[in-house]
Design a protein around this ligand. Sequence first.
Ligand code: HH2
Length: 392
Amino acid sequence: MKVTALAGEVPAALASALAARGLDRLHAEALASGGAPVALLLEPLDESEAMALVGGAARAGLDCHTGDGWAVVAGTLARLGGLSRPDPAAPLPERLSLALGRFLRDRQQAPLAWRTARRTIPLDRSCVVGIVNVTPDSFSDGGRHLAPADALAGARRMREAGARVLDVGGESTRPGAARPDEAEELRRVIPVVRALLAEVGLPVSVDTRRSRVAEAALEAGAEIVNDVSGLAADPRMAEVVSAGGAGVVLMHMRGEPQTMDGLAVYGDVACDVAAELAERRDRALAAGIAADRVVLDPGLGFAKAPEHNLALLDRLGGIVALGHPVMVGPSRKRFLGTVTGRPVDGRDAATAAACVAARMRGARLFRVHDVAAAVEALAVADAVLGADGGGA
Ligand code: HH2
């Protein structure tokens, strides 16, 4: 049974109000976290599960709406906890109580750090990931960093501007892009990974769908694999990530870059993407990848129409509730052009704004071309979120 959070909120206001009235901060936050609003979609459900849920929700003081094979439960986190606790007088069917228990456990994990092959990256403040595309045809910066020396110069500027990770990619994944063969991708990526590690000193992530490229990059000292297919494109990828102890970004996409635009059909995009990402995460964990190595990414622009990207940013809480740090990559993408009317090289302010919107909804990692603009905007967002002492 799938349990999908429809939205997520941070009850910072409640914590502050309680703390201002004399409760110690920790106590105030613990109480306030129970007041967080939750809305969950559960499906598929059989009739007896739906009946049990309606009764249990009523006793726990939750709203419950059911239809053919599904239910939506809404209320506060504390009341949801009440529903999931064993009640000998009216026990919930096991499948239902397990699914609710797992949702509550994931939601509580609230990771504030990301383990990679070489270190733990703290995420108590926003982490900006600088894009180093060594491709001749990327949609916004194709050809700019093709020579290792150019990639290095760009990466040094990104470090000075406050990037904390560099993401190196040798394949353009823009809609309809032609794919380089493996030898060509290796030839583009590996020398740049080596040069960045020797000269720039930031953690390096490799943006690839090929296990051989990931493996060679990890051997060269990279510590994160950013796979836009969510480990689906190459059957060996999960094993390579697991064996290398690498951090991994599981991004949501449907189909291939060549076909994805035709697959941008959703019933409810935020729900569908969260549920599909949860499946990818479950597969990664089953393949032996440790949970604290996993970052999730909604895949802005990948099998998404402009309105889907905006809805995903607004309802990122459903992905955050899966219990892993969340990355977003809005940088210079087409949906920002749709909103602002700006061409691709005029979208850095819009990118920074999209990062801030995502930060307010719980994202922690931001993959961008213009590091300086994003770092500055996110410093303000971090300060606002931390302003009442609670953070988010
Ligand atoms: N977007 C792109 C590539 N990789 N990885 C993650 N995790 N999230 C993203 O949103 C994402 C990504 C596409 O952007 P870009 O690298 O600028 O272009 P191209 O694929 O044409 O090289």
